[in-house]
Design a protein around this ligand. Structure first.
Ligand code: FMN
Length: 361
């Protein structure tokens, strides 16, 4: 029976354990979306994870509307990621880059006043973040079919750049209501061309981008993340099961390194909550990684009973830089300070203590 603490090979990547760090936007880059030296220390501290998935990282300015979030589209950004990946490798860890396009939730302030792009011209509910505080989401323009090859090329270039920056692979962000989710879901995709309508059509953009990335860096270094039943930023589906089983089949054919699914863990799942990960697992021929609300017991059970090959931890990895060691020794976990999640500087970022260095031990 596999254990959470066993090593695992995920595609081309050898991971020392199955406790992975989830992608976490922390907004400690520069205003020009370049990673900073502070980020070297943050990721180095967390190299005990079997695999680190980096914070969401923009593949283009068109797709990045989060203040101080990093990108991977220019040479300065690539150069600034290099010390981060080297530090993680030197500490024995592995790290892949989460590639991001935010679509309609990029505020036009980031785009010289131009509207953002999406599957259809429908504004997301709520606010977008800008350097001048939160502002209402603006109505995007629908991407023309003729623009799709350029978008696919941006992602392929992002993947190439990530490998040049020393990452072990990439994860395509197709979760949480961003551009790819805006194509997958019928609440926001109202297209009548080959990229809208049937599940196969709505999965087409994700397929084309994944194929392009796999052709660039190898399927064994390509992963994706989805959040089928977690409605975010106005993205949800009247038939999520059909769409995400189609995603699972498509990803099996491409032969990606792993598929990560967000679905609440048993300890945080409301009674009778609909589930989809189990069905995806029966259709996806490759390692599957689960996330959201996992504690030690749920994570150990999920790996032992075969529902997951590894678990990603988000908030626990923010507050416990040595999370894999703490889980393996079964010692208490610290909780996250939500006021410093996106604040500038080291506080609440690189100052969470390791368990062994806590006073009184
Ligand atoms: C501060 C913060 C930033 C996040 N940034 C990202 C991100 O960049 N990409 C992503 O896919 N998910 C992001 N998420 C979601 C987490 O990866 C994870 O799915 C979520 O926290 C649930 O896992 P947990 O219960 O272990 O925290 C973020 C969550 C938090 C709390």
């Amino acid at each position: 029976m596999p254990s959470l603490f066993d090593p695992i090979r995920i595609g081309a990547i050898e991971c020392a354990n199955r406790i992975f760090m989830s992608p976490l936007t922390r907004s400690r880059g520069t205003r020009d979306h370049v990673p900073t030296p502070l980020m070297v220390e943050y990721y180095r501290q967390r190299a005990n994870a079997g695999l680190i998935i980096s914070e969401a990282t923009g593949v283009s300015q068109q797709g990045l509307g989060t203040p101080f979030a990093p990108g991977i589209w220019n040479d300065q950004q690539i150069a600034a990621w290099c010390p981060i990946t080297s530090a993680v490798h030197a500490a024995g860890g592995r790290i892949i880059c989460q590639l991001w396009h935010m679509g309609r939730v990029v505020h036009s302030d980031f785009l010289g006043g131009q509207p953002p792009v999406s599957s259809s011209a429908i504004a997301a509910p709520g606010d977008a973040r800008t350097y001048d505080g939160n502002k209402s989401n603006v109505t995007p323009r629908a991407l023309a079919a003729s623009e799709i090859p350029g978008l696919v090329a941006d992602f392929a270039q992002g993947a190439r750049n990530a490998i040049a920056a020393g990452f072990d692979g990439v994860q395509l962000h197709a979760a949480n209501g961003y551009l790819l989710d805006q194509f997958l879901r019928d609440s926001c995709n109202k297209r009548t061309d080959a990229y809208g309508g049937s599940p196969v059509n709505r999965v087409r953009l994700l397929r084309e981008i994944t194929e392009a990335i796999a052709a660039t860096v190898g399927p064994e270094r390509t992963a994706i993340r989805v959040s089928p039943l977690i409605p975010m930023l106005g993205c949800q589906d009247s038939a999520a099961e059909e769409v995400f089983l189609c995603v699972a089949d498509t990803m099996s054919r491409i032969g990606i390194a792993f598929l990560e699914v967000r679905e609440p863990a048993p300890n945080v799942r409301p009674d009778n909550a609909p589930l989809i990960a189990t069905q995806i697992k029966t259709r996806f021929r490759g390692p599957m990684v689960l996330n959201t609300g996992y504690d030690r017991a749920d994570a150990m059970a999920a790996v032992a009973n075969g529902s997951a090959d590894a678990i990603t931890f988000g908030k626990p990895y923010i507050a416990n830089p040595d999370l894999a060691e703490r889980l393996s020794k079964n010692v208490p976990l610290a909780t996250v300070n939500v006021t410093t999640l996106y604040s500038p500087g080291p506080v609440g970022y690189v100052d969470y203590p390791r368990y062994a260095s806590m006073p009184g031990l």
